[in-house]
Design a protein around this ligand. Structure first.
Ligand SMILES: C[S@@+](CC[C@H](N)C(=O)[O-])C[C@H]1O[C@@H](n2cnc3c(N)ncnc32)[C@H](O)[C@@H]1O
Length: 321
């Protein structure tokens, strides 16, 4: 493709994501799965506009989400199945996540470039996690989306680290507990604790883990030998990240272990500049290198032990108090 054509296609690339996002918002994939599998049925059941739906479905067929198996019957292909809300291995909530607030923040990225501030905060007048906390449905959808990513990203974690050397481990800012649940599955004897904000912890039903709520800027209970801090520090600037690390330090006994899991940019083959821009737009933060994380942790009192690559994106950095 020549440069001009490449540019033309980049300008409208977001249409594709927003078409799929719209299909999710309409629960189109769920409805087809449940048997509303022709344009006729979909339109009459849901009072949708047939020519517009027909265009949406045509795109979804073109890009292999759907197929006209036996015209007019529409079926789901693998990508469509992954976008059914109830698919436990799917990405329905992840698909919802990147529109609305994220899109608005990205549209004001020039503000972040000029000020290093969060364009999200400029628009919504509060930090992202406060905004989520004040919007129950958004908070649940965000955590379901993060859980969908986390279940994939952390699945090898219990095989890569021998957590059985600890009697207890606490996942700080663990969200819906994907990482700590995987650790518990493999290490039944460890006391596994999930720590997050109250409204997040209220949603957790896993009986095998201990649930504690609180604010990691205030205090973290000292009830554990080891702390897991996964994709938490990248949400915060250096000043705030150091407060969280200090609270982790205070919570651990001497010789306690801290596992930091992050997208360390020096350990990733491809560039994560866009991911970093996203962090600035949303949270006034950025992706760091492993050396930058090590520096932050050492400045808080931790001693770096070693690192291990978890997957294409994430690295595990291990520290001792
Ligand atoms: C990017 S998510 C990471 C979730 C999970 N660790 C993972 O890797 O998928 C950041 C987490 O920090 C939690 N969090 C944000 N502010 C917090 C606070 N002040 N105290 C405790 N947890 C907080 C959020 O609720 C969320 O679960």
């Amino acid at each position: 493709m020549n440069a001009k054509n490449e540019l033309k296609s980049i300008f409208t690339e977001y249409w594709k994501y927003l078409a799929v996002n719209t299909a999710c918002k309409l629960k189109l994939f769920d409805k087809i799965f449940e048997g509303q599998n022709t344009l006729e049925i979909l339109c009459s059941t849901n009072q949708w506009d047939k020519p517009t739906l027909s265009n949406l479905v045509s795109y979804l067929v073109e890009d292999n989400y759907l197929i006209y198996k036996l015209n007019p019957v529409i079926s789901l292909l693998e990508k469509g199945e992954l976008l059914i809300e109830s698919n436990p291995k799917g990405l329905y909530y992840a698909c919802l996540n990147w529109a609305e607030e994220h899109l608005n923040a990205w549209q004001h990225l020039d503000y972040s470039v000029k000020t290093a501030g969060s364009s999200f905060e400029k628009i919504y007048k509060k930090p992202y996690f406060d905004y989520l906390n004040d919007n129950p449905e958004k908070l649940i959808n965000y955590h379901k989306a993060i859980y969908e990513y986390a279940s994939d990203d952390y699945k090898e974690l219990p095989n890569m680290i021998d957590f059985s050397i600890h009697n207890s481990i606490m996942d700080v800012g663990g969200g819906y507990g994907a990482a700590i649940s995987l650790i518990k599955e493999k290490n039944q004897n460890i006391r596994c604790i999930l720590f997050d904000l109250q409204k997040v912890i209220e949603q957790i039903t896993n009986e095998n883990i201990v649930k504690l709520n609180g604010n990691f800027f205030e205090s973290i209970p000292n009830v554990t030998e080891a702390i897991l801090l996964t994709r938490v520090l990248h949400d915060w600037n250096d000043e705030k990240a150091k407060i969280i690390l200090k609270k982790c330090f205070l919570a651990l006994p001497s010789n306690g272990t801290l596992y930091v899991i992050e997208n360390c940019k020096d350990k990733i083959k491809t560039s994560i500049s866009l991911l970093s821009l996203n962090m600035t737009a949303m949270c006034q933060s950025f992706e760091r290198s492993s050396l930058e994380y090590i520096k932050l942790c050492e400045e808080t009192g931790f001693n770096f032990q070693k690192d291990k690559k978890l997957n294409e994106l994430q690295t595990i950095l291990i520290f001792k108090k």
